[in-house]
Design a protein around this ligand. Sequence first.
Ligand code: 8X3
Length: 251
Amino acid sequence: MSKTILITGASSGFGKAIAEKFAAGGWNLILTARRKEKLEAVAADLEKQFGVKTLCLVFDIQNKEDVFKHLGNLPAEWQAVNLLVNNAGLALGRDSFQDANLEDWETMIDTNVKGLLYASKAVLPYLIKQEGHIINIGSTAGKEVYKDGNVYCATKHAVDAITKAQRIDLLPHHIKVTAIHPGAVETDFSLIRFKGDATKAAAVYAGYEPLKAEDIADTAWYVANLPKHVCINDVVMTCVAQGNSTMIHKD
Ligand code: 8X3
């Protein structure tokens, strides 16, 4: 029987790449995002290419009521969720603590931390029934703080801590909990962070070969398809040019 993956933030970037990877492997997909048209286009394409079933749920992960309305009440035929990928997240701004914008901070906290908590809590009753798996998308920014990264780094440190807490608390339910912490990956991450400034965004990935969203999807596929008794706790992954959160060698 086909398995089911639920991916938040699935209309682009890692979420879309993970959806493609799992669809290619025959998993059915529950995809969530704010952007209805983009999300439905991703779903339609994967249904056509791989013959899998998809369910699109359109809501803002920052909105607690909407998260529970959609994820807490999955249609009966979609309730056997084997894997939740908490992928929805973003960076906004790269400013010093004193210059950073309070609204940017709040959006990052509401999405990266509170959204992840809401989605996990809403889906958990279904995951418990399946003895399922949670993959949280963290960041190297959740391992080491960097200059002008302040609250973005804090939210990803929170993802690291929440992952560890979930793993411990969910032990009695035989649920695997994994964090994947990527370094620099060329997606629309920096374009969003720099609020549409394509020059600044491109500069982040210039002079070296960054990771691709597909590399993250391959890793998610690997950790999700191990024997039942094996749980990969933590994956920190960078491109070869990146040594840690702060050191990237540019030729
Ligand atoms: C993305 C990696 O280095 O831009 O989380 O924070 S970084």
